[in-house]
Ligand binder design. Structure first.
Ligand SMILES: [Zn+2]
Length: 346
């Protein structure tokens, strides 16, 4: 065992490589692998390679391991299930509109309600924030699949219910097939959650940047004073004096370059990858509402969610942002339900 490998990571790497067509020989402290050409390209490695040695260490944070993790999580594993809910709300939805959802400047009334099955997803995302330091973690996000609206607390509340999983080949056909939009929506919502988790990390990087910039400025100011003082030296030749003068002139540009380097060093890059999802069916109540705005009217569907025991948020019909307060706006004699910022623009 040496410092550049870890038995668990060696086994993990060997499995990922073998699953992708490599021939691997696992030794006590390294791997010898023969990679198919496409895999070698993808991992930026030669076809015949020793992994886990000094040259290509397999440790958390090492580039090769990062590429292997990316390869292993490229396809998000998904499990399917359903949640049996003991109770569906039957009445009193009028009060919830206004409480959980509001429609500003519009009049709303309930047209009908119906029990229905819908699907939700809990997406697990892994994030890595890279700057002068590295920080990583997981966040989980609940999403209503049909609308793409993130559902706060879905993950936490789900643990109060029994989740029954479908085995392979037994998944019912009720789940939406196209998930790209749900995924991209969920990932962008995850980014907001991750930024909150990273707020300490981000402010620590900003603090260190400010400190280093201050120190660098002080250093250059001192240097300038020292060089200017040295110009007073009577033993200097004219040539030497000119040379020093030019150096002093160059100092502000050098300082700007140093500050730009520091800004680059403390820049934070956040990478988010989906690494697993649970999709499940639930019985919900669909409530059809009619919205009147000026001389126009339309219907819209809202969902009472038995897991959170709330009405699910809506999605802005222009920017797809999540909303609990919808602003009806008219466009080509149709009512659109918008978020505050889209409604202000229209
Ligand atoms: Zn919007």
């Amino acid at each position: 065992m040496n410092e550049v490998s870890d038995p668990e990571l060696l086994t993990f790497s060997a499995q990922v490589l073998e699953k992708n067509g490599a021939l691997v020989e696992q030794r006590s402290d390294h791997l010898l692998a023969l990679l198919p050409l496409p895999l070698a390209h993808l991992l930026e490695l030669p076809e015949e390679v020793k992994l886990g040695g000094d040259e290509l260490p397999l440790l958390y944070g090492s580039p090769v391991l990062d590429r292997l993790i990316h390869l292993a999580t490229r396809e998000v594993p998904i499990v399917y299930g359903q949640v049996e809910v003991p109770y569906l709300k039957k009445a009193g939805f009028e009060q919830l509109i206004g409480q959980h959802l509001s429609f500003l400047d519009g009049q709303v009334h309930i047209v009908s309600r119906a029990e229905a099955r819908t699907s939700y997803m809990v997406l697990v995302c892994h994030y890595v924030a890279l700057s002068d330091e590295r920080k990583e973690g997981l966040v989980q996000l609940g999403v209503h699949e049909a609308s793409g609206a993130p559902i706060p607390d879905l993950k936490e509340r789900l643990s109060e219910f029994r989740l029954q999983f479908f085995g392979p080949g037994k998944v019912p056909p009720h789940f939406p097939v196209h998930l790209e939009q749900v995924f991209s929506h969920a990932l962008s919502n995850a980014r907001a959650g991750i930024e909150t988790e990273l707020s300490d990390f981000l402010s620590s990087m900003r603090r260190r940047l400010r400190r280093d910039v201050r120190n660098t400025r002080e250093y250059y100011e001192a240097l300038k004073t020292e060089m200017e003082d040295s110009l007073e030296n009577p033993n200097l030749t004219d040539g030497q004096r000119r040379e020093r003068g030019a150096k002093i002139q160059e100092l502000p540009r050098e300082l700007t370059r140093k500050i730009a380097d520091l800004e680059h060093k403390y820049q934070v890059q956040v990478t988010i990858t989906g690494c697993g999802a649970i999709r499940f069916l639930v019985s919900v109540v669909h409530i059809m509402i009619e919205i009147k705005y000026r001389k126009f009217q339309r219907t819209a569907q809202v969902t009472w969610n038995p897991i959170t025991k709330r009405l699910d948020p809506l999605v802005c019909e222009r920017c797809q942002g999540t909303i609990r307060s919808a602003y009806p706006r008219e466009k080509n004699s149709q009512i659109l339900l918008l978020c505050p910022s889209c409604s202000a623009k229209s």
